[in-house]
Design a protein around this ligand. Structure first.
Ligand code: NAD
Length: 380
């Protein structure tokens, strides 16, 4: 059975719409950790996926622990390689669902080398008493910078220009772009990343900024020079550039949908560096076809794990229903000249990866010391 079958079957088992986040009582952390400390056996730490894993440094930092390095994604078929592990670390492409967790009977601590934890079934972890930590901050400037890489690539038709000159053609027909100065940027989610996007937009490009967030911070708005809108429709109808920086939660599934995308200002561009399923792919394609959106820059795609491993997927385990439709729609998106897709790469700077590594080490050390940090907190 190939790698994709593992990924696909594990992905299917994740029910994001029912995902909730739970607190684990503090007393429970302590008893878990003291159980670990009192054990005479060597604690096993397993690291899945290669991103932000420095094997040599980890061996130096954890000389008494047994370290397992599994370069593949964590899935139902790879999990048994870590069945002795009390501590497991993954990145975002591993769908850590009930079936996968069942294969990890000793797991006590799961530390994701990411900000988002929507790839983890937090409910099952809570029921099993597994503590989950993440890296809460590593790339607020990094992801904001990538956001502007996508915005500028769209506004100045960089990709089309590059493709043309690669063919030794130097005419400018169809390559006219638009200025950012004076245009309106709509920021959905003004958290750590969103506020950096606002800062760059205001200070670097003299843009007007509208923001939509379920929590408003008037002092921040005054400091960074943006205006909150009362509702999402208002932002969609007034923004020339729309950028998403909200987390993926049941409440943010298809935040941009067939219902509201028609309200987007004609000719706007949409950028998504947050999570693919914040945008209904069908709605996005419709808006591009209708000329409502003149372009899109996407670092994340709905059901992106299917796309990454598609060749194997089609041999081993063909997706069905909506999953198949989304895979096909993603294909159409990737092929379009007015859409730029990067492979969930917004986080991927040397500096950010070093911060991810350092925080992951701190997370593991804190857990082993009985004082877990960066534990995922309950959200709606
Ligand atoms: P954050 O928690 O600091 O900010 C998220 C903001 O979204 C908060 O202000 C929150 O109130 C707001 N929000 C929540 N629900 C909302 C809703 N329904 N409508 C509007 N706003 C809403 O998170 P962050 O660090 O800024 O990261 C944002 C997201 O970026 C992460 O959740 C993650 O999914 C994504 N991300 C992507 C990459 C990448 O490589 N592409 C890297 C890091 C993070």
């Amino acid at each position: 059975m190939g790698k994709i079958l593992r990924i696909a079957s594990s992905r299917r088992g994740t029910n994001h719409s029912k995902a909730h986040r739970f607190f684990l009582p503090k007393t429970k952390y302590n008893s878990l950790a003291s159980n670990l400390k009192s054990q005479t056996h060597t604690v096993t730490l397993a690291f899945f996926e290669e991103e932000a894993v420095d094997r040599e440094k980890l061996r130096t930092l954890f000389p008494r622990e047994e370290l397992l390095f599994i370069p593949e994604l964590l899935g139902v078929e790879t999990a048994p390689a870590a069945q002795s592990a009390e501590v497991v670390s993954t990145f975002v492409r591993s769908a850590v669902n009930t079936e996968v967790l069942r294969e990890l009977p000793k797991l006590k601590f799961l530390t994701s080398r990411s900000m988002g934890t929507d790839h983890i079934d937090l409910k099952t972890c809570a029921e099993r008493g597994i503590i989950v930590s993440r890296v809460p901050a590593y790339g607020e400037n990094t992801v904001a910078e990538h956001t502007f890489a996508l915005i500028l690539a769209l506004s100045r038709k960089i990709f089309q220009s590059y493709e043309r000159t690669e063919r030794m053609k130097f005419n400018r027909e169809g390559l006219r772009g638009f200025d950012l100065a004076g245009k309106t940027l709509g920021v959905i989610g003004v958290g750590k990343i969103g506020r950096n996007v606002c800062r760059i937009a205001r200070q670097g490009f003299q843009m007007q900024i509208l923001a939509y967030d379920v929590q408003q911070d008037p002092a921040l708005a005054a400091e960074l020079g943006f205006t909150y809108v009362a509702n999402l429709d208002e932002l969609l109808s007034q923004s020339d550039v729309i950028t998403l920086h909200a987390p993926y939660l049941p409440s943010t599934h298809h935040l941009i949908s067939l219902e509201n995308i028609a309200k987007v200002k004609k000719g706007a561009v949409l950028v998504n560096t947050a999570r693919g399923a914040l945008v209904d792919t069908q709605a996005l394609l419709w808006a591009l076809n209708e000329g409502i959106l003149q372009g899109a820059g996407l670092d994340v795609l709905e059901e992106e794990n299917f796309v990454y491993e598609e060749a194997e997927l089609l041999i081993n385990d063909v997706p069905a229903g909506e999953d198949l439709a989304t895979v096909l729609r993603n294909h159409i998106l990737v092929e379009r000249d007015d859409v730029i897709v990067t492979p969930h790469n917004a986080f991927n700077s040397h500096e950010a990866v070093a911060r991810i590594f350092d925080t992951t080490v701190e997370n593991i050390q804190a857990f082993l010391a009985g004082k877990p940090v960066n534990v995922v907190k309950a959200k709606d």
